[in-house]
Design a protein around this ligand. Structure first.
Ligand code: PBG
Length: 323
């Protein structure tokens, strides 16, 4: 009699059809949200140098890009705006003719079914590049909430389908939820950037969104990358305050956080596969060092395997082609 273990795991790996039957995680177009950047102007698409294949679009071209997303079957986009003028209080963020408000209206007019999510933050709109108002050299929490509320309401008036606050001020989900409800937008979900880390992986995005802080950094409001329990506290606060979708950002270096959030709270979890994660794969692939498609699909599948229900990723369009 053989002493070899009776169970041989390799049996179920023998061919692709067997592997398909026992595969535990499947990445699908249903999981994807594609981020886009919008600028003033007409007929412009400026490629972001550290994010090959991603562009700052003027509203007219953005609409064409939105049609393409809908045609690919991608459920939604999240929009980031680059204003014409920046000031200390980020006025264009909550102007009804601001760049995001124009972009949302244009997409909803032409491609009504594509979900339009809007990033609610001030850093793209402030001349100092911080995510809130500054007093005595510091980002002020409570005064910033009023501006985030104004920004959220103006996005809702423009027709945004989902509001996504990314500023990391305390209490913003509750403040935004209350204001949306009071103004008749009780059915607009909030996707909260709940566990948003102060991460070096945002480097290329800050070029794309022109939102680099002009002094200091964001460590007094974004989370310390060494912390996971704190992420659970942030998520639990956002749930209490009325968030519908809880986000972990970045994704790849925080798979443990995604998993813990999903296991501790049975809520829809989003993960943001951020600009630096995209740029690393693009750069290595351009050098011929890795296979872009295989590495990107492996990373995105790992994010899903960790527990993400949806992934914000600059690879979204490529994924649809690859699958
Ligand atoms: C705005 C915001 C940032 C990202 C999304 N929303 C940048 C930041 O916080 O500095 C990063 C997205 C990416 O890197 O792809 N606060």
């Amino acid at each position: 009699m053989s002493t070899f273990p009776i169970y041989r795991p390799r049996r179920l790996r023998a061919n692709e059809n067997l592997r398909r039957l026992v595969r535990e995680t499947t990445l699908s177009v249903d999981d994807l949200i594609y981020p886009m950047f919008v600028v003033h102007g007409h007929n412009t698409a400026t490629e972001i140098s550290a994010m090959p294949g991603c562009y700052q679009y003027s509203v007219d071209i953005l609409v064409t890009a939105a049609k393409e997303l809908a045609a690919l079957g991608i459920p939604g986009t999240i929009l980031f705006g680059i204003p014409e003028e920046k000031d200390p209080i980020g006025s264009e963020a909550y102007a009804d003719d601001g760049i995001i408000q124009q972009a949302v209206r244009a997409i909803k007019d032409t491609v009504p079914d594509l979900l339009v999510m809007t990033d609610v933050c001030l850093c793209e709109y402030t001349d100092h590049g911080h995510c809130g108002v500054i007093e005595a050299g510091e980002v002020q929490n409570d005064p910033t909430l009023e501006l985030l509320v104004k920004e959220s309401l103006s996005h809702a008036r423009a027709g945004a389908d989902v509001i996504a606050p990314s500023d990391m001020m305390d209490g913003r989900v509750g403040a935004i939820r209350a204001a949306l409800d009071e103004n008749g937008y009780q059915n607009i979900p909030i996707m909260a950037y709940s566990a948003k880390y102060a991460s070096a992986f945002y480097g290329p995005f800050r070029e794309a969104a022109e939102s680099t802080p002009q002094f200091g950094d964001r460590r007094a409001y974004q989370m310390d990358s060494a912390n996971a329990e704190e992420a659970l506290r942030e998520v639990s606060l956002d749930i209490e305050e009325g968030a519908d979708i809880l986000m972990v950002k970045p994704a790849l270096a925080y798979l443990d956080v995604i998993q813990r959030v999903k296991t501790e709270f049975q809520v829809p979890v989003a993960a943001y596969n951020v600009s630096g994660e995209y740029a690393m794969i693009k750069a290595a692939a351009e050098n011929g060092w890795i296979d872009e498609k295989r590495v990107a699909l492996e990373v995105l599948t790992s994010i899903k395997r960790a527990g993400a229900d949806m992934i914000l990723t600059y690879f979204a369009k490529s994924v649809v082609e690859w699958l």
